[in-house]
Design a protein around this ligand. Structure first.
Ligand code: GAP
Length: 514
């Protein structure tokens, strides 16, 4: 675990050192849980967004996109339930004066039981070697059984407290489990209180004329309030979807794990409107579709899992998360929810407008049901970074840090180096870039020895490097070096585009999930 934490720290510093992610307002020492994306980060982020957008809007004839405003009529948030219920249970430690989410403290405790069990399993696996039967060991080992029993009991109690919205019980669990504040080490806890996560501001210039509005805490409501506009103007027939990418804002109490939990972040959400009664079928279809989207990146199926919700919102009839194996455990990257007709009905009620669909096949009108897929761009970015960051020992005794990014997501696709700064080599290298920059992102580098330039490109995940040397001037060939294998071979400049373009395009990913 400690080793994993070290790796995570290295990833965070790597993100800063190589222009991926900076703390916001860095010269003023940053702002809690707010980050800026640098010159490489923004390219990677744009590629992730493009992959998502194209998989939704290009690959589905019945999905269209919108871009709604961040500010919305305040009644939106009353109707959606966010004003009354978008809360987190918070608890303070009186000694350290630190604030925590009560549910997160308990989830961490559950994870501790899991770790203890896993440790026993790993130890036994080492001891017994090939003859180890994990299922039998888990079912019979006394220590594993004891911890599993404690974990299950805690899980049941926790789920019930969450479902009942029982804040006193949440506090009692923290006391009974003897959970201590990581800073002060004490159990001097306050009561648990609810805390609304929406940021407020005012529109209007005078105090009397001003009214409170919110920074949207999710992009989804921008889609719901535009359902009628899009359905009518696009003459959309059920089932159909509306996709959107945009910023969302939450005043998170516990801001930690870098860009995993931010106060300003970006979501990619798609609401899929379906005929009532067909929603669970569509829910299951979207679960598979979204998992395939993740797995096409090649990070290994074992690093993903579904986590079905213990606490279903009162309007949902199914909900699951897609979790990814981060260095700090399996964590939610995407949520898939079957939200019934709750949102559209609420907006119909609060706006007084009829929000329905006339079904030409059955000649009836009804409020569509909704399947939502909702993924955080920043969490996706983090999962890509965590999986790609690799420290390698090389056969010559040296080591390198390489970001093994999927080529289609890499910020820079091709780096072109002149071997030296003379004999017309820089000019020849620039010529190559001038030709190829229309097709993918290229970078020119002439400073330092070739080895150092390779390392810098490895560190930003650039899949291909080309070196221009004296032979190039004679026969128009260059050495092409592959980031992962570090193998080099000579190719014709005229063939570079066809060798590289296909591998680095988003289309290559889309073809895997078609
Ligand atoms: N419209 C549904 C919705 O917003 P959510 O589970 O609250 O559902 C969806 O959020 C996704 O947004 C999450 O799976 C996560 O990837 C991302 N997300 C939520 N809160 C976040 C935060 N504070 N920082 C970064 N990403 C966040």
């Amino acid at each position: 675990m400690a080793q994993q934490e070290d790796v995570f720290k290295k990833i965070v510093s790597h993100c800063k050192e190589y222009g991926f992610v900076f703390p916001s307002s860095d010269i003023y020492d940053g702002l809690g849980a707010v980050y800026d994306y640098g010159q490489n980060g923004v390219e990677l982020k744009n590629n992730i967004k493009q992959y998502w957008w194209q998989s939704m809007v290009l690959l589905h004839e019945n999905i269209v996109g919108i871009d709604a405003a961040i500010f919305m009529h305040p009644t939106t948030w009353k109707a959606s339930g966010h004003v009354d219920a978008f809360n987190d249970p918070l608890i303070d430690n009186r000694d350290s004066k630190k604030r925590y989410r009560a549910d997160v403290l308990i989830e961490d405790q559950l994870a501790k039981y899991d770790e203890k069990i896993q440790k026993e399993v790993d130890k036994a696996a080492k001891r017994f070697g090939d003859s180890f039967d994990e299922a039998q060991f888990r079912a019979t080992n006394a220590r594993v059984l004891e911890n599993q029993q404690k974990r299950d009991a805690l899980h049941e109690r926790f789920s019930k407290a969450l479902n009942d919205n029982n804040l006193e019980e949440l506090r009692q669990i923290i006391l009974d489990e003897e959970i201590v504040c990581p800073i002060s080490g004490t159990r001097n806890w306050t009561e648990v209180r609810q805390f609304n996560l929406m940021f407020k501001t005012e529109v209007g210039s005078t105090a009397e004329g001003a009214s409170t509005i919110y920074l949207r805490p999710e992009t989804a409501q921008g889609i719901f309030v535009n359902y009628l506009n899009v359905q009518k103007t696009g003459r959309m027939k059920l089932p159909f979807g509306i996709a959107q990418i945009g910023k969302a804002f939450r005043n998170e109490i516990v801001a930690r794990q870098f860009i995993f939990r931010m106060r300003e972040f970006e979501q990619m959400e798609m609401q899929f409107f379906v005929k009532p009664g067909t929603e669970l079928e569509w829910f299951s279809k979207w679960k598979q579709t979204r998992m395939a989207w993740h797995q096409a990146l090649g990070f290994g199926a074992e690093n993903y899992r579904f986590h079905d919700h213990d606490k279903l919102a009162h309007y949902a009839n199914a909900a699951t998360d897609i979790e990814f194996h981060m260095p700090f455990g399996f964590k939610e990257v995407e949520g898939i929810h079957s939200r019934t007709n709750f949102d559209l009905s609420q907006h119909a009620k609060y706006s007084g407008k009829k929000i329905e669909y006339f079904d030409p096949e059955t000649n009836e009108s009804y409020t569509p049901f909704v399947i939502e897929t909702s993924i955080g761009v920043d969490r996706m970015f983090l999962s890509v970074m965590c999986h790609s960051y690799t420290e390698e020992q090389l056969p010559n005794g040296e080591s390198r840090v390489v970001l093994k990014l999927p080529a289609a997501l890499a910020p820079v696709k091709l780096a072109v180096f002149p071997l030296t700064k003379k004999d017309g080599l820089p000019e020849k290298a620039q010529e190559i870039i001038k030709d190829l920059r229309f097709h993918f992102n290229c970078k020119y580098e002439e400073k330092d020895q070739i080895g150092k330039r390779y390392r810098r490109m490895d560190a930003i995940g650039c899949p291909y490097c080309v070196t221009v040397d004296l032979q190039t001037l004679e026969d128009n060939t260059v050495t092409l070096r592959d980031r992962d294998t570090m193998e080099q071979h000579r190719v014709n400049i005229a063939d570079l585009r066809s060798i590289i373009e296909d591998k680095v395009s988003i289309t290559s990913l889309l073809k895997k999930i078609e």
